[in-house]
Design a protein around this ligand. Structure first.
Ligand SMILES: *Cc1c(COP(=O)(O)O)cnc(C)c1O
Length: 378
């Protein structure tokens, strides 16, 4: 049996090696390292895949979120509503821009921002909502867009973990996650569902004016070289990464299907286990399983993590400390929040290996060992 990893990038690469190597070779042969054809092609390909009018590639997912926030003319002190149960980047950029992060709780089933909690957190200073489609499960965007419309708020979707997921509205309209709000942001960090071989990110919008602002901000505030209209930053997707992404985008739907099949194997092995709650699938979207995350009830989580590690099965806690409890947010009022579901989940979630290369043999070995620990330890 191949060794089990949280994400097996090596075996995935082996299958597409010829294509990827040729793409990288071409960039080097043409020495078009910055803003080369591979980047323009990728922006076009991703725009087509997502059905988003504009795709602006950038250096990483954190920059994508930051540039999105910079484009909306927020003023210091403006309030941005975001979940605390997420990767730190989501709320770190809000603080970096001297905006106020208003942390709200998540829904216990979807792990995503709770629309009712958003509604309660709105004040006259609220400017935007940042839903995160955590672990590959979409937030309730229909409810969130409805709140945004009623309160005249922007919506910035953190789509770093859910690229490729389809969201179905009650009127039957289907949209890709990340293309529903005002702006979508994503990451191509290697372990993401669409990952490159280094850092990368992108921003999506259907709004032409916003798209040109986003493009300018990512490029030192210029649209004409050496004429800088606004303060921006330097955030580019490099051509070699774009060449990798052009190959992997073609496989994204197959990668998602492989993740869903692995999740289904886990689900059936853990069905009817009172101490394990398998991931909920909201009826409005397809879960694309960036992570396969269980909620444990009455199980020693650290004990399970150690037991699995002894059997050469990695497992991870995403995330051990929610954003509002990080030292980073201490002087910014993080302690004032009481987020019951977030705190509850933080102590009970555990993520099992999830990637495109899991074999039946590996999955059986993982589930057998999880069940052995769950059922044989008091
Ligand atoms: C990975 C991730 C980011 C940040 O992406 P980077 O490319 O690492 O900067 C932001 N938000 C979420 C939810 C993520 O998972």
């Amino acid at each position: 049996m191949h060794s089990i990893q949280m994400v097996d990038l090596k075996r995935q690469y082996t299958r597409i090696k010829a294509e990827v190597d040729a793409g990288i070779r071409e960039v080097i042969d043409n020495t078009a390292f910055i803003n080369g054809k591979a980047v323009t092609d990728f922006a076009g390909n991703l725009s087509k895949y997502l059905g988003s009018k504009y795709v602006i590639p950038c250096a990483n997912g954190t920059d994508a979120l930051q540039i999105a926030m910079m484009s909306l003319n927020f003023q210091p002190g403006d309030e941005i509503i975001a979940p605390s149960f997420t990767y730190i980047a989501t709320t770190e950029v809000i603080a970096l821009l001297r905006l106020k992060t208003v942390f709200v709780d998540v829904d216990a089933q979807t792990f995503c921002i709770d629309p009712q909690a958003i509604e309660k957190a709105i004040t006259p200073k609220t400017k935007a909502i940042v839903p995160v489609h955590l672990y590959g499960q979409a937030a309730n965007m229909e409810a969130i867009m409805d709140i945004a419309r009623r309160h005249n708020l922007y919506v910035i979707e953190d789509n770093a973990q859910a690229i490729g997921s389809d969201y179905t509205f009650s009127n039957g309209t289907v949209k890709k996650t990340g293309t529903i709000g005002t702006i979508g942001a994503t990451s191509f960090f290697p372990s993401k569902n669409l990952g490159c071989y280094g850092d990368g990110g992108a921003i999506f919008t259907d709004d032409e004016t916003l798209a040109s602002r986003l493009k300018m901000i990512a490029n030192h505030g210029q649209s004409t070289r050496y004429y800088h209209d606004m303060v921006g930053c330097n955030s580019r997707l490099d051509s070699i990464q774009a060449a990798v992404l052009n190959v992997k985008l073609k496989h994204l739907d197959a990668y998602i299907a492989a993740r869903i099949s692995a999740a289904e194997v886990y689900d059936s092995a853990f069905a009817n286990q009172s101490k394990i709650k398998t991931p909920y699938r909201a009826p409005y979207s397809n879960h694309v399983f960036h992570q396969y995350t269980l909620i444990l009830e009455g199980v020693d989580r650290d004990g399970l993590n150690k037991f699995l590690a002894e059997k050469n099965i990695p497992s991870m806690i995403y995330y051990p400390v929610p954003a509002h409890r990080q030292k980073m947010f201490k002087s910014l009022g993080g302690n004032e929040y009481k987020l019951e579901v977030t705190d509850w989940l933080t102590t009970r979630v555990i993520s099992l290996p999830m990637h495109t290369e899991l074999t039946t043999e590996q999955l059986t070995y993982i589930t057998d060992n999880v069940l052995e620990y769950i059922n044989e330890t008091p």
